[in-house]
Design a protein around this ligand. Structure first.
Ligand SMILES: Cc1cc2nc3c(=O)[nH]c(=O)nc-3n(C[C@H](O)[C@H](O)[C@H](O)COP(=O)(O)OP(=O)(O)OC[C@H]3O[C@@H](n4cnc5c(N)ncnc54)[C@H](O)[C@@H]3O)c2cc1C
Length: 324
């Protein structure tokens, strides 16, 4: 019978529709390696996804198939089977849409504590501790279960730790018995490919966001130019989204996407608490705003007070000149 590390940390790898390991994998397994021995679970993935999990630091990779028509329940069934076998000290899951759904269902089924949207994990004498950034990043708080292994969803981009690649992982096919628990069924799915060379907002290492200060949809192109010059993803404030400058999928904040990039550039954004809630954990924040008293400057590492219509074209020009 297969034995698993005594300090195993079970990591559910997010798998893309094409069977690849999602970009969150390296940080999830990296986080796991700081608190124990990562054991990865790859459900419905390709060989490339298994290889990616090992390359990220998982010495054991469990694989399982999925009934792709039923949403999330087969993932919970497989996670439950893996948990029962491995008996890990914690379960780490990406704080993605699917990850959050699976984590909630699994924690309820296994009667385990759930910690969501964490920005880091550590281990103390009593077990695993999850670290959270709350109230718009105003406070850092910890959570830890009083019994059992915690189920933890990790904010994409928040963890820098990376595991050491494992050349020859132990790969095991997991036997999963379908629970038959009720789940939504996906009807015909049409994959809409949006051709874009820009990085995806969630998990991007650099983000340039624009706010109401851009003034119009046409002028929002300045944000796109700056993003392209930096190789960054594009974000926006809710005011910019509400004004129709850019679709909702780009909204950063309390009711939008949470990001933790290395670099966050806020252009014409005042820095309302609801916006800060989604970007305050960025490693370096740069703000461009004509109002020197704008609250965004309270959290900015670098601030430029001035008219964005003058500054942004100059920055873009300087960045392009450096590329030549
Ligand atoms: C329940 C709730 C949830 C919310 N969720 C979110 C959320 O998820 N994300 C979010 O972003 N907001 C959210 N909001 C809205 C939030 O409170 C703010 O209204 C919003 O963030 C403001 O967007 P803004 O900074 O683009 O606009 P404004 O606050 O109007 O700021 C525009 C800024 O642009 C600057 N500016 C103007 N012209 C120029 C120029 N030429 N050059 C340089 N600077 C210029 C101004 O000085 C100003 O600081 C939420 C609100 C509520 C009540």
């Amino acid at each position: 019978m297969m034995s698993y590390p005594a300090d195993a940390v079970l990591v559910l790898v997010d798998v893309t529709p094409s069977g690849e390991a999602a970009s969150s994998t390296a940080a999830l397994i990296g986080a796991a390696s700081t608190i124990g021995s990562p054991v990865a679970l790859v459900i419905g993935g390709s060989q490339a996804a298994t290889d990616a999990a090992a390359a990220a630091g998982a010495s054991v990779v469990l694989t399982a198939d999925t009934d792709a028509e039923v949403l999330t329940v087969p993932l919970v069934d497989a996670l439950h089977a893996a948990f029962t076998k491995v008996q890990p000290d914690a379960v780490l899951i990406s704080n993605s849409i699917t990850g959050r759904d699976v984590a909630g269902r699994f924690a309820a089924r296994a009667k385990l504590a759930l910690s969501v949207d964490v920005i880091g994990v550590s281990r103390d004498d009593e077990g695993i501790v999850a670290h959270h950034s709350v109230y718009g990043g105003a406070y850092l708080v910890d959570s830890a279960p009083t019994y059992g292994a915690p189920v933890i969803t990790v904010r994409q981009g928040a963890v820098d730790a990376r595991g050491e690649a494992v050349a020859q992982p132990t790969v095991e096919v997991l036997e999963v018995t379908a629970s038959g628990a009720p789940g939504a069924k996906a009807g015909p799915v049409e994959v809409v490919e949006v051709a874009s060379s820009r990085p995806e907002l969630r998990g991007a290492t650099k983000v340039v966001s624009g706010g109401r200060g851009l003034g119009s949809k046409e002028q929002f192109v300045l944000v796109e130019q700056l993003a392209d010059a930096l190789g960054a993803a594009i974000g926006a404030s809710r005011a910019a989204v509400d004004a129709g400058y850019i679709p909702y999928a780009h909204q950063v904040g309390q009711t939008g996407v949470s990001v933790s990039p290395q670099l966050y550039v806020a252009v014409g954004i005042s820095g309302a608490i609801q916006h800060r809630a989604g970007m305050q954990t960025a490693k370096t924040i740069v703000a461009i705003n004509k109002d020197g008293d704008a609250p965004i400057f309270d959290i900015a590492d670098f601030g430029i007070v001035g008219d964005l219509f003058t500054i942004v074209p100059q920055v873009v020009e300087a960045l392009e000149a450096r590329k030549k």
